[in-house]
Design a protein around this ligand. Structure first.
Ligand SMILES: [Zn+2]
Length: 434
């Protein structure tokens, strides 16, 4: 039976010995973890115990990995395999200048491809289909998905980002059934086609696989993409340091299934207290990951900063793995008079106002800080040809207040005012702050 159909108990009993072996490997090969675990009195795999003791082990933060880098250790002291065994080194875009490097051994790479293959397999991707993608994977871990497409046997047509004409030409001439891109770009393409009088609802594309940002899970954005393209939208989510496509949504469209079974273990924690939360239907928290079979740079209890809502019920697709919907990233969180606000949630509430708005928003705080005083300035773009009226801004503000408990100051702008992107949307514009 595959990892996607095991009961939680079966998966856990398979993972138990693998986890203990991974801890022994960390203590033997990772200077970073030898030191980190020694600081809490753990010097052997026996000291660390099993999965039921995992919550007693310290978290790993991205900043710690970064801090362990120096000239002698460009990857960091968590590098646990000789460089001769590393077959690929990806990097993260990094907001601070120097990128973080993510090394993989041949076995690591193969495992990542397996995870991504399960994830995209769940989304219904199958051999013989033609798929056009706009990933500029380049140095980034998203490149592993390209290997997964080859393993599935898809006819992959990479056109890259930044050239919409080329993409639409490929759609018209090669007639792919699948489009892979960010949700922002799928929305942009819908507008682009509408401006040119092209009806993409009758195109060959009937599946859109989105990843890279939370929008594909926002109900209204999804509805709009599906309506414009006449296609089914499913999403996938991974994280650079752990694996690509760790979660992949099945054709039931009720959240992304965990695809890392046997290779990665996940926990859900309260992001404020760090306390482990029971894996219950509807639970919300931050995902924390532990590699089970990683060799080059394995991580233990890595804090993802991704906030999710969990679904544990049985899925009609037959997979027994838990599902998540991403709520937002801790890094994007704003706190307005004590209330947590994820920019993507604001976008979803605004989009649900309906046909008067384009679905594109920009939150423009006055202060460069997580904590914001109300009202929070939000620029809302109107739909094509809609003229603003006094009542609309008020209605939007009221709706946000009712649903998210936050007071906003709504500014309506004409269609096309806010920037579009072929990559990820920037929902917060800090240029007015400070
Ligand atoms: Zn399912």
């Amino acid at each position: 039976m595959s990892e996607e159909h095991l009961s939680r108990e079966e998966q856990r009993s398979l993972d138990e010995p693998v986890f203990r072996t991974q801890i022994a490997y960390l203590l033997g090969h990772s200077a970073f973890y030898r030191e980190k675990l020694a600081s809490v009195g753990i010097r052997s795999a026996e000291d660390a115990g099993g999965l039921s003791n995992l919550h007693e082990l310290p978290f790993t933060e991205k900043d710690e990995l970064r801090a362990s880098r120096d000239k002698a250790h460009p990857i960091g002291t968590h590098l646990a395999a000789p460089m001769e065994e590393v077959v690929r080194v990806y990097s993260t875009s990094g907001t601070t200048g120097t990128p973080s490097y993510i090394p993989l051994t041949a076995e690591d790479l193969s495992n990542w491809i397996e995870i991504s293959t399960r994830s995209y397999g769940a989304s219904g991707l199958s051999a013989g289909e033609r798929m056009v993608t706009t990933y500029n994977a380049g140095p980034f871990v998203a490149g592993v998905t390209l290997d997964a497409f080859a393993r599935i046997g898809v006819c992959h047509i990479p056109v890259g980002a930044g050239n919409t004409e080329r993409l639409m030409t490929a759609v018209q001439l090669l007639k792919p059934t699948v489009l892979g891109c960010t949700p922002s770009y799928a929305m942009y393409l819908a507008e682009w086609a509408e401006e040119r009088g092209l009806d993409i609802a009758i195109s060959s594309v009937n599946k859109i696989l989105v990843a890279g940002e939370p929008g594909g899970g926002e109900p209204e954005m999804r509805r709009r993409i599906e309506a414009a393209w006449g296609a089914r939208v499913t999403e996938a989510m991974g994280i650079g340091d752990i694996s690509v496509s760790l979660w992949g949504e099945c054709t039931q469209q009720d959240g992304m299934h965990f695809s890392g079974g046997g290779l990665v273990h996940f926990e859900l924690i309260d992001p404020e207290t760090g306390e482990v939360l029971p894996l219950e239907d509807g639970a919300e928290g931050e995902l924390v990951y532990t590699h089970l079979r990683q060799r080059a740079a394995p991580l233990l209890r890595f804090r993802s900063r991704d906030r999710v809502r969990l679904s544990m019920g049985r899925c009609a697709c037959g997979r027994t793995t838990p599902r998540v919907r991403c709520i937002g990233r801790t890094d994007d969180l704003l706190i307005v008079r004590g209330v947590n606000v994820f920019p993507s949630a604001v976008r979803d509430v605004v989009a649900r106002i309906g046909g008067d708005v384009s679905g594109t928003i920009s939150i423009q705080p006055n202060v460069k800080a997580v904590k914001q005083a109300p009202p929070l300035p939000v620029v809302v773009e109107l739909a094509r040809g809609v003229t603003p009226d006094q009542g609309l801004a008020k209605r939007i503000g009221q709706r946000i207040r009712d649903e998210l408990l936050v007071t906003t100051e709504i500014t309506l702008v004409p269609f096309g005012t806010l920037p579009r992107t072929d990559y990820k949307s920037k929902l917060v514009d800090w240029s007015r702050s400070g």
